[in-house]
Design a protein around this ligand. Structure first.
Ligand code: NDP
Length: 322
């Protein structure tokens, strides 16, 4: 039986692993079958992670976190978790390849997934002009006319990055002001290749084999218009990845896993959660990392209390026998 199984390999998962490994708990990180490292593997330069005055590329940061966790004895498994049983003293974590791991604690650091527009043609044209990842797909849009949906930091980052390839990038936003930070807004506003379609929402995506355009609805008067496009990047935020835990853990009104106060303690003893999966507000690499620390320390204290209780029970039994 293991002491700690960590599900997820973003900043929260790796930081939890670093702390748990240094506490000699020999954590196992189940890191996804596709690629370890979480959402930061899809970003470009991270400029706000302390300790990197020149910035650091997202994937480089994640590789360094993994190396740091492995240095202290973290085991890493490239597999997906497909089921969990969290109640009771022995937790079970089942992977896609059919292995079941038993553990006294589980730390959930599953992060969040790209939010979708929910349009019928969105999935059909995914990979054929519809994308959620500028770093992954931007290269295919050289000298093309594309759009980015959203008004947050992600949308500004994607739009700015995509101007390296595209001739023109239209930011489609449902309001007339952006949610993005001032610095990201200014970067986008000062870029000649970026235009803004304000107060517009995408209500249809056209194209048979590949995207050819979108239907926009004006959010102020409901009128509809068409915009010709070669590609549509969707950057409208994320949803916490909680599907494995429905019916087992309490969730919040935001759909994140509910934790007790500033701790990582979920509604089930021995199960802790950290990072974007518990955080509807801040969702930064550095806050996720800090949250991973909290989870590892909570798990460590929980295990120490269990061991202490076991010692007391054994001592009492010995005393009774004598
Ligand atoms: P946000 O939640 O901050 O922004 C989402 C944007 O998408 C909002 O403008 C929202 O509109 C819009 N939106 C949401 N749902 C829909 C929908 N169904 N249709 C149309 N538009 C929609 O998400 P981000 O991914 O931008 O950012 C998440 C976090 O990550 C933030 O804390 C951000 O600061 C951080 N981040 C930081 C970066 C950096 O510093 N380099 C880079 C990227 C992200 P509305 O405004 O109307 O709600």
């Amino acid at each position: 039986m293991r002491d700690v199984v960590i599900i997820g390999s973003g900043p929260a998962g790796w930081t939890a692993a670093i702390y748990a490994a240094r506490a000699q708990l020999k954590p196992l990180v189940i890191a996804s079958s596709v690629e370890a490292g979480g959402e930061l593997m899809n970003t470009t330069e991270v400029e706000n992670f302390p300790g990197f005055p020149e910035g650091v590329m997202g994937p480089d940061l994640m590789v360094k976190m993994q190396q740091q966790a492995e240095r202290f004895g973290t085991e890493v498994l490239l597999d997906d978790v497909v089921a969990v049983e969290l109640e009771g003293p022995v937790k079970r974590v089942v992977t896609g390849s059919g292995e079941t791991f038993e553990s006294r604690t589980v730390i959930i650091a599953t992060g969040s997934a790209y939010r979708r527009l929910g349009l019928p043609d969105e999935d059909r044209l995914s990979g054929h002009g519809v994308s959620w990842c500028a770093t992954c797909d931007g290269f295919f849009f050289r000298q093309k006319n594309i759009a980015v949906v959203g008004g947050g930091d992600s949308a500004m980052e994607e739009a700015t990055f995509l101007t390296k390839f595209a001739d023109k990038v239209t930011v489609i936003h449902r309001k007339d002001t952006l949610r993005a930070s001032k610095i990201m807004q200014e970067r986008a506003f000062s870029n000649d290749k970026i235009e803004f379609a304000w107060n517009k929402e995408v209500v249809g995506i056209s194209g048979t084999e590949a995207v050819t355009g979108v239907t926009l609805r004006d959010t102020t008067d409901g009128s509809e218009s068409h915009l010709d496009l070669d590609g549509l990047f969707i950057a409208i935020g994320n949803e916490p990845r909680v599907h494995l835990f429905h019916g087992q853990l309490e969730l919040t009104e935001f759909g994140t896993i509910k934790v007790e106060g500033r701790s990582s303690k979920t509604s089930v003893p021995g199960v802790f959660a950290a990072g974007d999966v518990i955080d509807p507000t801040y969702r930064q690499a550095v806050t996720a990392a800090a949250s991973g620390t909290v989870a590892a320390l909570d798990a460590e204290h929980y295990l120490a209390a269990l061991d202490q209780a076991q010692v007391s029970v054994t001592a009492a039994a010995l005393q009774a026998a004598n």
